[in-house]
Design a protein around this ligand. Structure first.
Ligand SMILES: CC(=O)N[C@H]1[C@@H](OP(=O)(O)OP(=O)(O)OC[C@H]2O[C@@H](n3ccc(=O)[nH]c3=O)[C@H](O)[C@@H]2O)O[C@H](CO)[C@H](O)[C@@H]1O
Ligand SMILES: [Mn+2]
Length: 284
């Protein structure tokens, strides 16, 4: 393996936070050696599942999502795309590289977009008890209104990982848009919370994704019984879960960027970016 030894002895970057206070790495460009990581990964012959939901009009995002994933996501590894949809015939047939396959799975639809977004937790929970356990080792669970724009490889994988929200990077904790209603299961007090994580990008091994999604779904159901819905829906419950079950790895905003935030200097790569959408048209 060719890499210069001295580099491992000095911090590769000083402009960003590379490690959490609980010793979980935060993944940024220039902080890891992909050849070393890939070699370790290939010894274990692991399989990766990438899950997305395309309910109602959101099927329009699938083609670009898969096409760009073929180009950038886990190239050279065993990948299964799980596309959950209520419009099976809208999912285009696409040619995939060797070792990759696409599974189109039927999912229920809900009237409100918030409910569609939140119910992903329930469905992922159920599949994490069934076929995911047989078919993959790691799951990567993301939004569909996105495109890959640069490499995403095995550097992201870990038992339980979350992603820093692009709009909340570097802002003071009191500004984080956590749920602040003490009656809600997603409640986080002003003096707690480490980071603000994005709802649209988390993952880990199947067992950990099972635990995470069951917690979030149960918390949402408990709130629903009290007529409460957290401010940012599934994202609020995810943030609550990560507060007490801290991620073993965190992805920097390189892994989830929105160009409407501009391109700050610390951002060396934009690996996965939002596809602009007209909210009113697409959600109704
Ligand atoms: C990038 C990111 O962190 N996105 C999060 C953000 O929302 P966004 O504003 O990005 O929400 P969104 O409209 O993309 O909805 C989330 C996801 O639900 C699915 N969907 C939604 C509506 C619909 O009619 N059909 C459908 O398939 C689809 O996979 C979509 O990507 O906040 C949401 C909760 O408010 C979720 O936590 C999202 O994960
Ligand atoms: Mn989205």
């Amino acid at each position: 393996m060719l890499y210069e030894k001295p580099d491992a002895l000095k911090p590769p970057r000083t402009d960003i936070l590379m490690m959490t206070p609980w010793f979980a790495p935060i993944v940024w460009n220039g902080t890891y050696n992909i050849d070393v990581l890939t070699a370790q990964f290939q010894q274990r012959d692991l399989r990766i599942g990438l899950t997305v939901f395309a309910i109602k009009k959101y099927t329009v995002f699938v083609q670009t999502f898969i096409e760009t994933a073929e180009k950038y996501f886990m190239v050279g590894h065993k990948v299964t795309y799980y596309v959950f949809t209520d419009r099976v015939s809208d999912i285009p047939i696409m040619e995939l590289a060797e070792g990759r396959r696409l599974m189109v799975l039927r999912a229920p639809t809900y009237q409100r977009w918030q409910e569609v977004s939140m119910r992903r937790m329930e469905i992922l929970r159920d599949y994490s008890r069934q076929r995911f356990t047989d078919e993959v080792d790691y799951l990567v669970c993301v939004d569909v209104d996105m495109r890959f724009n640069d490499e995403v490889g095995v550097e992201i994988l870990s038992d339980r990982f979350g992603t820093l929200h692009p709009g909340m990077y570097g802002v003071p904790r009191k500004i984080y848009t956590y749920e602040r209603n003490p009656q809600s299961e997603a409640f986080i007090p002003l003096d707690e919370g480490d980071f603000y994580y994005a709802g649209g990008y988390f993952g880990g091994n199947v067992e950990e994704v099972y635990k995470l999604t069951s917690f979030c779904h149960n918390a949402m159901m408990a709130d629903k019984a009290k007529n409460i819905e957290a401010i940012w829906h599934d994202e609020s419950y995810l943030n609550k879960y990560f507060l007490y079950h801290k991620p073993t790895k965190i992805l920097s905003p390189e892994y989830l960027w929105d160009d409407s935030f501009g391109i700050p200097k610390f951002l060396k790569r934009r690996r996965f970016v939002t596809v602009p959408k007209k909210h009113n048209e697409i959600r109704n």
